[in-house]
Design a protein around this ligand. Sequence first.
Ligand code: FES
Length: 162
Amino acid sequence: MADERPRWREDFPVRWDEDHYMTRRELAKFLTLGSGLLAGVNVLIALIGLTDRTPAPPARRIAGADDVAPGGSLLFRYPTDDDPCILVRDAAGRVDAFSQVCTHLSCAIVHRPGEDVLTCPCHKGSFSPREGLPLAGPPTRRLPRIVIERRGADLVATGIQV
Ligand code: FES
């Protein structure tokens, strides 16, 4: 008599006696513990995010308080020597400073004496020299502001407002 077993059983043997069954209760326990573990990891990540406080960059003298004439500007580096910035003094004597890196594609913005605008020569973007807000061209984000304090006869950079 010929063997009645279908051929697929030889190609895909199923050994029921070796198979491991999982009850609904075990599955529910596994899913509950897995979900609890993920929730715990999320809480841990949130706590790390709350406690990770990057220290403020150190204060750095930029220039003498009278070194920049009204309507003029000054290039400087802050907080490191790899971070170009620009300080602008308006006709009334107000001083504002920003990162010199354009928020569009990172070209260096410039200020022409007497002009009331910061311009980016790469794609004709422009920014307000008072607020660092984009005025024209492709940039859509404001320039990071460098906080400037007058300390005696000096202008000192004390922080960055992104
Ligand atoms: S890089 Fe400044 S406008 Fe494009």
